[in-house]
Design a protein around this ligand. Structure first.
Ligand code: ADP
Ligand code: GLC
Length: 475
């Protein structure tokens, strides 16, 4: 049994903007079920849901650069996992998690530097872990501080670090390095090309990738892709150097939350044995999106996503006219970059009755789309793992995906539809293929059932993390 402490910025059900939260809400419990001891440290943002949390530490001193802060630490147990919430109101008690009104907070380096410093404080004083497992750039300063500030600390002696890349596109890059290093309490020796320096800026993710004992990412294909210039976001050289210590472990999902058999958001349950409830879910979805019941006569294409360049929606813009000549209904839920929000809003305005869009973050609607749509669209430019396509399989909603990263690893020709070339033409072709397949309903239902019976629960992947922890501790 290993004593593992994870550090991240999100975890369901406490706070979520994307798949990172799903992973921190479900992987730890799967590890506990295997006999590991797991705790998770996240910030106590304003909107963190935590009715069951207790205050366990009043004044945990946190020093970060010139700042001397004192954190309140809250604690809750969920599915056998110890969740610790770092209370630093001056940094976290704000509207927004990473940004407000579309602008990143200007002190994000301090906000997440303080998370890393607090996590180290929790490790030294409360958890005493053997392994610290950090997720994404927000936690990247943990191994950096361990290397540069705590290398002689007896309470942290022998602690191993694992770093999981959920998305290489977000690196925590900050210009004005002199100020940033000062704010973070890092000396000039850290700001070298072999350290946190990246094209003249401070790159926190890079620091984490260099100083962690082991690196993982969230699918095998993405582990390969990030070592290429096309997907490496400038860090592919470094990742190639560290290839011997980099593994791809596909994310699992939590079927307690995502199964049409027992999903409280659905008007009727359904299963591979009894698909009929899906029709009620389709009608309910159309109603939620203000579409007429006639729209149910056409295949419904669903989208649930952060609206970011990564997700490939410029391809949808490219093919929108041809797509909407087809006999389809398009339903999208998402928020994000104004460019994509406007693009979807324009489509809906131009084709009322055929396209409906909600620019919102809404978990209930996300579930209703997984269930009520007939096909799920994920034409991502890159996708480290992707969870929605895995949920779609479970909901009998064959996904149409670009063959990249985790999409390529989880979707097969007999459960969904894949295209490779990043172009509108290739996407349109793939959608046409899906629409033709939909005509043959008996075969389509077999396809639905095959997807619904796939098992992407955490069992296998959690055992791979366990094996990795063991290997690190035996070194
Ligand atoms: P990413 O982490 O890149 O956003 P994933 O597919 O891994 O992509 O995970 C996205 C998660 O966020 C899923 O659980 C999805 O249901 C959820 N999600 C994304 N956008 C929304 C939204 N607008 N409303 C509700 N849930 C959303
Ligand atoms: C990131 C990726 C997504 C992945 C998620 C959880 O947000 O964009 O592909 O599923 O992290 O690992």
């Amino acid at each position: 049994m290993a004593n593992v402490m994870m550090v991240a910025s999100e975890a369901t059900p406490y706070v979520k903007t994307g798949g990172l939260a799903d992973v921190l809400g479900s992987l730890p419990a799967a590890l506990v079920a295997r006999g590991e001891k797991v705790s998770v440290v996240i910030p106590k943002f304003r909107d963190v849901w935590q009715e069951d949390a207790q205050r366990v530490w009043d004044n945990l001193p946190i020093s970060i650069g010139p700042l001397q802060l004192s954190a309140e630490i809250f604690h809750a147990v969920r599915n056998g996992v110890d969740y610790y919430f770092v209370g630093l109101p001056s940094l976290y008690d704000r509207a927004g998690i990473y940004s407000t009104a579309g602008h990143d907070f200007s002190d994000n380096h301090i906000r997440f530097g303080a998370l890393s410093a607090a996590a180290i404080g929790i490790a030294r004083n409360i958890v005493r872990p053997q392994i610290i497992h950090c997720h994404d750039w927000q936690a990247a300063l943990v191994p950096v501080y361990l290397r540069f500030k705590y290398n002689h600390d007896p309470r942290l002696f022998g602690v191993k670090t694992v770093f999981t890349i959920h998305n290489l596109g977000y690196q925590g890059r900050f210009s004005n390095p002199a100020q940033i290093l000062y704010d973070l309490g890092l000396g000039p020796e850290t700001f070298t090309p072999a350290g946190l320096e990246f094209y003249g800026e401070v790159n926190l993710l890079k620091g984490g990738l260099i100083t962690s004992d082991w690196l993982t990412t969230v699918s095998r294909t993405y582990a390969r892709e990030i070592q290429t210039a096309e997907y490496g976001f400038g860090l592919d050289g470094l990742l190639r150097q560290r290839a011997a210590n980099l593994t791809g472990i596909i994310n699992g999902v939590d079927y307690a939350d995502w199964s049409p058999e027992h999903d409280p958001y659905l008007v009727q349950p359904y299963s591979p044995e009894k698909l009929s409830g899906k029709q009620a879910c389709r009608l309910d979805l159309l109603k939620e999106f203000g579409l007429p019941p006639e729209a149910a006569g056409r295949p419904i294409l669903g989208i649930v996503s952060r609206f970011a360049g990564q997700k490939g929606f410029d391809l949808i813009a490219e093919i929108a006219d041809s797509l909407l000549m087809e006999n389809v209904t398009l339903i999208a839920l998402g928020t994000g970059e104004p460019y994509y929000e406007e693009m979807f809003a324009r489509l809906a305005a131009a084709r009322p009755g055929k396209v409906a869009v909600k620019l919102a973050y809404n978990n209930a609607l996300a579930h209703k789309i997984e269930a009520g749509a007939d096909m799920f669209l994920m034409p991502s430019k890159y996708e480290p793992c992707g969870l929605n396509q895995i949920y779609s399989l479970k909901y009998g909603t064959p996904p149409i995906v670009r063959a990249t990263g985790g999409l390529d690893d989880t979707i097969e020709e007999d459960t969904g539809f894949k295209f490779l070339e990043y172009s509108g033409a290739a996407l349109l072709d793939c959608i046409h293929q899906a629409l033709r397949a939909y005509q043959d309903q008996p075969a389509w239902q077999e396809r639905m059932r095959r997807g619904m019976r796939k098992d992407f629960s955490w069992n296998v992947s959690a055992s791979e993390y366990s094996a990795l922890y063991r290997q690190l501790l035996e070194r």
